[in-house]
Design a protein around this ligand. Structure first.
Ligand code: HEM
Length: 502
C-alpha cells in the first residue's frame, strides 16, 4: 500500500509539473512564441529557405503570419513581414532590436569589431555614425561634392555615346557600377578607381562582388556556430583575402596622404576630401577614431554603397524599358524641367522638380529593394513584441520585399505603377513603414541622402540623352525579371540595352 501511495504521489507530482509547464508555455502571454513552420531536428527550417530566401519567407509568412518564428539550425530567427510589425521592431522597440547577428564571414580581419555596420549600437558606433553624418552625408557636404557626381555622370554619358555610335548593347548595371565606384572614390580619395571596361575597374568590381557573394552565401557555420573553427566551406578564408586586399589598398592611400601632407608642409586638407577629414579626426589628441576604424569604415562604405546604388539604377531602367509609356513620361518630365531652366545638363537641384521620376525610384525600391531582408538585427534581451516573447539572441529579419508586394498594403502589388506615389506622401526615409528599403530607426542606412541623389541624377541623365531599345530585338514584355539572391538583390540576367541618339 505504501509503495502504491508513493508511486501515486510521484505520478501526480509529475503530471502537475507537466500541466504547469504546458499551461505556462501555451497560455501565458509572456512566454508565447510567434508561430512558424515545424522545424526538423538539428537542421530546423534551413531547407525551406531554398535559393530565394526572401521569396520562400514571403510565402511562409502568408501561412504563419507577419511575426514568424523559424529555427535555422541552432539560430532562432524571427521574420517580420508587415509594416505594423516592422514599426514595432524598428521604432517602438528600436533600442532592444538594434544589435546585429554577425555572419561568420564578416569576422575576417576583425571586421565585426571595427565595422560600423556590424558592431553593436555602442558608444564607438555612435561616434562613427556621427562622423559619417557630419563629414560625408550632411546636405552641406553633399552639396560641395555634387560637381564630382556630375562629372562622373558626364563620363558615363560619353561611354554610352560610344555604344550609341557602334549600335551595340550596353550592360547598364555594369556601367552604373563603374560610375558609382568612381564617384564615391573621388569623393573619398580624389581619385578614380578605374575607367569603363578597364582592368582596374574590373579588379575592384570583382573584389566588391566577391565580398557581396561570400557575405550572402548560405554558410553552415552561421547555422551551427560550433563549427566556426573549421570554416568548412572556406567562406571566411576567401573573405579574408578580399578584405585583406581592400584594407591594404586603403592603408596605402593613408600612407601616401601622410607623405603628401609632409611634403607640402601642410597639416591638413591637402585634397579636401573625406580622407582628409577622417585623417584630421584620427590625428586629434585622444581621438576615438583609430586608423583601423578608418580602414574598416572605408570598407563598409564601399561595400554598402556601390552595388546597392548601381543595382537600383539597373532595376529602374529595366522596369522603364518594360513599360515604354512610363519611360516616355519620365523622359518628358526631365526634358521639360531642363528646358524651363535653360540647362543642358541635369543637376541635383532639379530632383525636387521631378515628381514622376521620384515616383519611379520609389516604385523601383518597392518592387526591388536592394537588401530584401535588411541587414540582420538581433535582440540582446528577451523582448515582448505584439503579445509574443522574442528570446534573447534571436536573429531578426525584416522582409521588406514581402512588405513591398503585400496585396493588403498595395493595389496590384506586382505591377510597376509609379503613379501610385504621385498622390501619396509615402517616402522611403524611414517614417512610412510600408516602404523601408533603407531600414528605419537608429540602424537606418546613413548613405540614404547620397544614394538618393546618385540614383536620380544617373537615371535622369540616361533618360534625357538617349532613347533606349532592348538588345536582340527582345520585346518589352519578354524581358526576364528574375532575381539573383545575395546581400544585394541583383537582376539575374543583366540588362543589355542599345542607346539611340535623340
Ligand atoms: C545600412 C540600404 C546605399 C552605407 C543599410 C541597411 C539597408 C541599406 C537596408 C540596413 C538597415 C538596417 O539594418 O535596418 C541601402 C540602399 C542603398 C544604400 C537600398 C542604395 C540604393 C548606401 C550608400 C552608403 C551606405 C551609398 C554609403 C556610401 C550604409 C552603412 C550601413 C548601411 C554604413 C550600416 C548602418 C549601421 O548599421 O549602423 N543600407 N543602402 N548605403 N548602409 Fe546603406
Amino acid at each position: 500500500t505504501l509503495a502504491f501511495l508513493l508511486i501515486s504521489l510521484v505520478l501526480s507530482t509529475l503530471i502537475f509539473i507537466f500541466i504547469i509547464t504546458i499551461s505556462s508555455t501555451k497560455s501565458s502571454p509572456n512566454n508565447k512564441h510567434p508561430p512558424g513552420p515545424s522545424p526538423f531536428p538539428i537542421i530546423g527550417n534551413i531547407l525551406e529557405l531554398g535559393t530565394q530566401p526572401h521569396q520562400a519567407l514571403t510565402s511562409l509568412s502568408k501561412t504563419h503570419g507577419p511575426i514568424m518564428n523559424l529555427k535555422l539550425g541552432h539560430i532562432t530567427t524571427i521574420v517580420i513581414s508587415s509594416p505594423q510589425a516592422a514599426r514595432e521592431v524598428l521604432q517602438k522597440n528600436d533600442h532592444s532590436f538594434s544589435y546585429r547577428t554577425v555572419p561568420d564571414s564578416l569576422r575576417a580581419h576583425d571586421h565585426h569589431i571595427l565595422s560600423m555596420v556590424w558592431m553593436p549600437p555602442s558608444a564607438q558606433w555612435r561616434v562613427l555614425k556621427r562622423v559619417c553624418a557630419t563629414k560625408v552625408f550632411s546636405s552641406h557636404q553633399l552639396d560641395s561634392t555634387q560637381t564630382i557626381r556630375q562629372k562622373k555622370v558626364q563620363e558615363l554619358l560619353s561611354h554610352v555615346g560610344e555604344y550609341c555610335l557602334k549600335g551595340e548593347a550596353l550592360d547598364i548595371g555594369e556601367a552604373a557600377f563603374t560610375t558609382v565606384l568612381n564617384s564615391i572614390s573621388n569623393t573619398f580619395f580624389s581619385m578614380d578607381l578605374g575607367h569603363f571596361a578597364s582592368d582596374k575597374a574590373q579588379e575592384f568590381k570583382d573584389l566588391i562582388w566577391g565580398i557581396m557573394e561570400e557575405a550572402g552565401r548560405p554558410n553552415v557555420v552561421d547555422f551551427f556556430p560550433i563549427l566556426r573553427v573549421f570554416d568548412p566551406q572556406g567562406v571566411r578564408r576567401r573573405m579574408n583575402g578580399y578584405f585583406g586586399n581592400l584594407i591594404k589598398f586603403f592603408d596605402g592611400l593613408i600612407d601616401e596622404r601622410l607623405r603628401l601632407r609632409e611634403a607640402s608642409k601642410m597639416e591638413a586638407n591637402v585634397c579636401n576630401d573625406v580622407l582628409d577629414s577622417l585623417m584630421d579626426i584620427m590625428m586629434e589628441e585622444n581621438s576615438q577614431i583609430s586608423r583601423p576604424h578608418v580602414l574598416h569604415l572605408f570598407l563598409d562604405l564601399f561595400v554598402a554603397g556601390i552595388d546597392t546604388t548601381s543595382s537600383t539604377v539597373e532595376w529602374a531602367m529595366a522596369e522603364l524599358l518594360r513599360n515604354p509609356e512610363k519611360l516616355e513620361k519620365a523622359r518628358n518630365e526631365v526634358r521639360q524641367v531642363l528646358m524651363k531652366c535653360d540647362h543642358q545638363q541635369f543637376e541635383e537641384s532639379h530632383i525636387s522638380k521631378l515628381p514622376f521620376l521620384r515616383a519611379v525610384v520609389k516604385e523601383t525600391m518597392r518592387l526591388h529593394p536592394p537588401i530584401p531582408l535588411l541587414v540582420p538585427h538581433k535582440t540582446e534581451e528577451d523582448v515582448h513584441l505584439c503579445g509574443f516573447n522574442i528570446p534573447k539572441n534571436a536573429q531578426i529579419l525584416v522582409n521588406v520585399w514581402a512588405m513591398g508586394r503585400d496585396p493588403s498594403v498595395w493595389d496590384n502589388p506586382n505591377q510597376f505603377i509609379p503613379e501610385r506615389f504621385l498622390e501619396s506622401e509615402i517616402d522611403f526615409k524611414g517614417h512610412d513603414f510600408e516602404l523601408i528599403p533603407f531600414g528605419a530607426g537608429r540602424r537606418i542606412c546613413p548613405g540614404l541622402p547620397l544614394a538618393n541623389r546618385t540614383v536620380h541624377i544617373m537615371l535622369a541623365s540616361l533618360l534625357n540623352c538617349y532613347d533606349w531599345k532592348l538588345d536582340k530585338g527582345l520585346k518589352a514584355e519578354e524581358m526576364d525579371m528574375s532575381e539573383k539572391y545575395g546581400i544585394t538583390l541583383h537582376k539575374a540576367i543583366p540588362l543589355q540595352a542599345i542607346p539611340i541618339k535623340v
